[in-house]
Design a protein around this ligand. Structure first.
Ligand SMILES: [Zn+2]
Length: 229
């Protein structure tokens, strides 16, 4: 009896962990748009640490659902369609700055866009120039460069000529211990073509396979190498 119990326990312990596909695509329920718990805990510690240096780290964008990303996508799609652009061209235009629904790292609850609300700023905040030169968020950027890694956070869309896909985003950080797992599971378990074709996203029945495949290679994989493996 004891032996069979121990055997069952072992079986339970070594069961392969089920991958929650909906967590990868932003489709699992999260009505309060919360970050993953361990990410929030790590963020709070980092925030406290930065506050000692007069920096008030604030999240401008954290978790974003598939539904929300689809609203953004459809709005842009309609706009470019009304200008007479072809589906593939519309796709290229939108992914300059926005992600395809179901492919945003913000779906994972591991990624954040941050600013320093102690700084003096006005107008649009997520602008690279505000993080450089005499920009209001330089102090935040310098501090993050020195301290973010120790808290588990890394920049995703780095300033690196060899990186493909999304443009440089000095505000977008990812909590690596968890997002690395999400990234690997994403590549392993999501068949992007069939996923996108099966969802109700504008233009997805017209955009070429090649465009979607290229997006996977250049955009989804076009991140800081520290976030992979
Ligand atoms: Zn972001």
């Amino acid at each position: 009896m004891m032996r069979s119990c121990a055997f069952l326990l072992l079986l339970l312990l070594f069961q392969p962990q089920k991958v929650d596909i909906e967590k990868l695509t932003g489709q699992s329920p999260n009505p309060k748009n919360l970050l993953e718990k361990e990410v929030q805990i790590a963020f709070n510690l980092m925030k406290e640490d930065a506050a000692k240096n007069g920096i008030q780290i604030s999240v401008v964008s954290g978790y974003r659902s598939f539904k929300r990303q689809t609203q953004i996508w459809n709005r842009k799609y309609k706009k470019y369609e009304s200008q007479g652009l072809e589906p593939d061209a519309i796709f290229d235009k939108i992914v300059e700055y926005s992600t395809v629904p179901g492919t945003s790292r913000h779906h994972w609850g591991t990624d954040i866009d941050i600013i320093d609300t102690n700084a003096n700023y006005n107008g649009d905040v997520l602008v690279p120039s505000k993080f450089h030169g005499t920009g209001p968020f330089c102090k935040l950027k310098d501090w993050m460069e020195k301290n973010a890694s120790a808290h588990g956070f890394e920049l995703v869309y780095t300033m690196n000529d060899r990186r493909t896909g999304f443009k440089y985003e000095p505000w977008h950080y990812s909590y690596v211990p968890l997002s690395r797992k999400r990234y690997n599971n994403y590549l392993k378990h999501i068949d992007l073509l069939s996923f996108l074709r099966s969802e109700n996203i504008m233009g997805m029945d017209k955009i070429s396979d090649q465009r979607i495949q290229r997006y996977l290679e250049e955009h989804i994989k076009g991140v800081n190498p520290l976030l992979k493996n």
